[in-house]
Design a protein around this ligand. Structure first.
Ligand SMILES: O=P(O)(O)OC[C@H]1O[C@H](O[C@H]2O[C@H](CO)[C@@H](O)[C@H](O)[C@H]2O)[C@H](O)[C@@H](O)[C@@H]1O
Length: 399
C-alpha cells in the first residue's frame, strides 16, 4: 500500500493514542473570528427569567468589529461556502482503460500518512482495544449514507443498516447527527441505538438515574417502546425562536432556485447544494439578514449547508461526553470510544476524544483535509467494512 510505504519512508511510528499528532488542527478554513458572528457582550450573558438554562452553556463568542454584511461582502462566508464540500473524484485512465494515480491520488495517499486508513490499521486499533469496552458513535450524513442532492432522500442502504444493527449487538452505539432526532431515527430505524439529533442538542440516552439529574435541561421519560430514557435538550428554550427563523428563511429564500431550508428542531439548515454558485451570495444574504435579528443564534458551516443554531456551549463533543456518562462509561480506563464522522461539526467530537487521549476519531473523507481525527476512511462503504470488521473481531476474540 502506498500509504504504508510512505509511512515507512518517513519513518513514522505506528499509531498509538498518544503519538499521532503533536498539535490539534482546525478544519474550518474560515478563522473563528470570521466564521462566527459578533454580538454585543451584554447579549451573550442574557437568558430570560426562569429559563432552564445553565450559565455554563452560554457560549462566549468575542465581539467582532466588522458587521455581518461586511462578512458576506468580503467573501469570508463565500470562501467557506465554496470549500464546504469536496469536489467529486476524477478518475484518470491509461491507454488500457486502467485507472492511474493522478496528483489528487498522490495527495490523498500522502495525507493518509497522517490519517491512516482505519481498515489498513485495523489490527492496531483492535490491539489497543483488547480488554477494553468499545463505545461507538456514528454520524449519519456522509458517514452511514452517501451525500446526495436531496437531503430528504439520504437513505442508508439495507446492508449498512444490517451492519449497524450487528455492531450495536456487541458495542453500545449512538448516532449523533445534525438532523432532528425524529428524522435521523426515521432514516436509521434501529431501536437498539441511542440517538442525538440537532448536533447533540436533542439526546435520547439510556435511562440511568444519575445523569439527567446532574443536568438542568435533562429529564427521565419513556420512549415509544416504553423504555426508560434520559431526554436532554440543552437548547429547549430556543424552540420557538428556531421555529420563527425556519419560517422566515423559507420565505426569504423561496425565490432562490434550488435553495432548501430544513427544520432540524434546534437548528435550521439552509442548503445551497442545488443553487447556482452565482446565487450563493443571495443565500448568504438571507441567512445574514435573519441572524442580525437574532443575536442569540449563530452560524456554522456544513457540507453545502449554512446552519443557524443557538449560541450555547453544546456540540457533538459535549453530546459524546454526555452519552458516555449516561452509559456509565466515563472516566473508565477500560473504555475505548470510537467516533466516525465526515463533517466539520464532527471535529468537536474528535477533539474531545483526542484531548483526553480517550479514544479514536475516524474521519470519513475522500479528499485530504485537516482533522482532529486519528484515522480515516474514504467513504460510507468503508465505514460499513469497518463496522463488519469490528463485529468479526469481537466474535473471534470471544472464542
Ligand atoms: O451530522 P450529520 O448527520 O452529518 O448531518 C449534517 C447535515 O446533513 C444533511 O445535509 C448533508 O447531507 C445531505 C444529504 O446527503 C446533502 O444534500 C447536504 O448537502 C449535506 O449538507 C442534512 O440535510 C442536514 O440537515 C444536516 O445538518
Amino acid at each position: 500500500m502506498l500509504e504504508k510505504k510512505l509511512r515507512r519512508e518517513l519513518n513514522l511510528d505506528p499509531m498509538d493514542l498518544k503519538s499521532n499528532h503533536a498539535a490539534p488542527v482546525l478544519t474550518d478554513p474560515t478563522p473563528l473570528s470570521k466564521s462566527r458572528l459578533g454580538v454585543p457582550s451584554s447579549l451573550l450573558q442574557y437568558s430570560p427569567p426562569g429559563a432552564a438554562f445553565s450559565a455554563g452553556l452560554i457560549l462566549a463568542i468575542p465581539r467582532r468589529k466588522a458587521g455581518l454584511l461586511d462578512d458576506v461582502r468580503s467573501n469570508s462566508w463565500l470562501d467557506a461556502m465554496k470549500s464546504s464540500s469536496p469536489p467529486h473524484r476524477k478518475i484518470t485512465k491509461d491507454v488500457n482503460n486502467e485507472p492511474v494515480a493522478n496528483e489528487a491520488d498522490i495527495a490523498y495517499h500522502t495525507w493518509m500518512v497522517k490519517y491512516p486508513s482505519a481498515l489498513t490499521y485495523f489490527e492496531q486499533i483492535t490491539n489497543y482495544a483488547k480488554g477494553k469496552r468499545i463505545a461507538l458513535f456514528l454520524d449519519y450524513d456522509g458517514t452511514l449514507s452517501p451525500i446526495v442532492d436531496n437531503p430528504d432522500c439520504a437513505f442508508m442502504s439495507d446492508a449498512m443498516r444490517a451492519a449497524v444493527r450487528r455492531v450495536a449487538k456487541h458495542f453500545p452505539t449512538a448516532i449523533i447527527s445534525g438532523r432532528s432526532h425524529d428524522k435521523v431515527y426515521e432514516f436509521v430505524g434501529l431501536k437498539e441505538l441511542y440517538y442525538a439529533g440537532s448536533h447533540g442538542m436533542d439526546i435520547m440516552g439510556p435511562g440511568r438515574q444519575s445523569t439527567a439529574d446532574d443536568h438542568r435541561n435533562g429529564f427521565r421519560t419513556s420512549d415509544k417502546q416504553g423504555k426508560d430514557v434520559n431526554l436532554f435538550q440543552p437548547a429547549a428554550e430556543f424552540l420557538p425562536m428556531i421555529g420563527e427563523v425556519y419560517e422566515s428563511l423559507v420565505e426569504s429564500t423561496k425565490d432562490i432556485e434550488g435553495a432548501k431550508v430544513e427544520n432540524n428542531k434546534f437548528c435550521v439548515s439552509v442548503h445551497y447544494r442545488n443553487v447556482d454558485e452565482k446565487s450563493w451570495p443571495a443565500v448568504a444574504q438571507c441567512v445574514h439578514d435573519v441572524l442580525k435579528d437574532y443575536p442569540r443564534l449563530r452560524l456554522t458551516h456544513g457540507r453545502k449547508v449554512l446552519e443557524v443554531r443557538p449560541m450555547i456551549n453544546w456540540d457533538k463533543g459535549k453530546a459524546v461526553t454526555f452519552l458516555l456518562e449516561s452509559l456509565g462509561l466515563s472516566d473508565c480506563e477500560d473504555v475505548l470510544p470510537i467516533y466516525i464522522g465526515d463533517d466539520r461539526t464532527d471535529e468537536d467530537a474528535f477533539k474531545v476524544l483526542r484531548a483526553g487521549n480517550r479514544g479514536y476519531g475516524i474521519l470519513v473523507s475522500a479528499v485530504p483535509k485537516e482533522s482532529n481525527a486519528f484515522y480515516s476512511l474514504r467513504e460510507p462503504s468503508e465505514v460499513m467494512e469497518f463496522l463488519k470488521s469490528l463485529v468479526m473481531w469481537r466474535k473471534s476474540s470471544a472464542l
